[in-house]
Write a protein that binds this ligand. Structure first.
Ligand code: DGL
Length: 269
């Protein structure tokens, strides 16, 4: 019984780690498309093609349900995939909606009209492709009114993390937070809209200041998935747990072990 988890690279491990903790009885097949990461600097057609190929690989591994633990794929490709590509007996879910539901204090499936919420000034940090898609603002507008969103495209951060250069990643985080603050000096909440960014959560929080509430996805997605599987137990699939990469397994395993501070072993996809 396995559920698929996909990311362009290592960022989705932040989600994989939490869903495993929350659902120890479920097996997960994680696929990192390391050869093609980062996705965030690619155009929407490219992201769509790569995401479909990766999700197909997870279907082939026995997964009926795939979580796109990648905001860039969720923002730039998911809607198009849902409009015609996904087979009827499979499901692909993105990571945006649980985050927006948490921020707007809504329950799963609450389809009531948009309303005023506690946060008014929201800073969104995401990849250039996610920011360009405006998917976050679109999903938010279905649920909340009166929220001012300022988005900052954080070029370079994913590359630095994938290379294991945390000093560069930290410097880039500080400069992107500075750039955001020039546009929105006093945000009351910040969204880490890329699954790589929780690896830099302390740097974001330090640069933003303690007063800013930082939302990141891993725990929220784990809760939403647990809830989904209670309602759809037939979507567990038939595959076996694995960590797959389209890149060099030894190199990807080293980086993953460094990030999660325990032995993580990838094999070739
Ligand atoms: N971690 C991904 C995201 O959530 C992808 C980043 C990238 O490949 O640029 O957006």
């Amino acid at each position: 019984m396995a559920v698929g988890i996909f990311d362009s690279g290592l960022g989705g491990l932040t989600v994989w780690n939490k869903v495993q903790e929350r659902l120890p009885e479920v097996d997960f097949v994680y696929l990192a498309d390391s050869t093609h990461a980062p996705y965030g600097v690619r155009n929407a057609d490219d992201i769509y093609d790569l995401t479909c190929a990766a999700v197909q690989r997870l279907f082939d591994a026995g997964c009926d349900l795939v979580i796109l633990a990648c905001n860039t794929a969720s923002a730039a490709a998911l809607r198009r995939m849902q409009e015609g590509w996904i087979p009827r007996d499979k499901r692909v879910l993105g990571v945006f909606v649980p985050l927006i539901e948490a921020m707007t204090e809504r329950q799963w499936g609450d389809n009531s009209p948009p309303r005023e919420v506690a946060v008014n000034h929201v800073a969104l940090f995401a990849t250039p492709a996610t920011v360009a898609s405006r998917a976050f603002q679109r999903e938010l507008s279905f649920r909340a009114i009166g929220v001012d969103v300022e988005a900052q495209a954080c070029g370079g951060v994913v590359d630095a993390i994938e290379e294991g250069d945390m000093i560069l990643a930290e410097a880039l985080v500080r400069s992107h937070v500075d750039a955001l603050k020039r546009k929105m000096p006093d945000p009351d909440a910040a969204i880490l809209g890329c699954t790589h960014y929780p690896l830099m959560q302390e740097a974001f929080q330090a640069a933003l200041g303690a007063k800013v509430k930082v939302f990141s996805q891993a725990e929220l997605v784990a809760e939403s998935l647990a809830d989904y599987l209670v309602r759809h137990p037939n979507m567990m699939g038939s595959g076996e747990a694995a960590l797959l990469t389209t890149g060099d397994p030894a190199r990807v395993s080293d980086r993953a072990t460094q990030f999660l501070r325990r032995q993580i072993t990838f094999t070739a996809a």
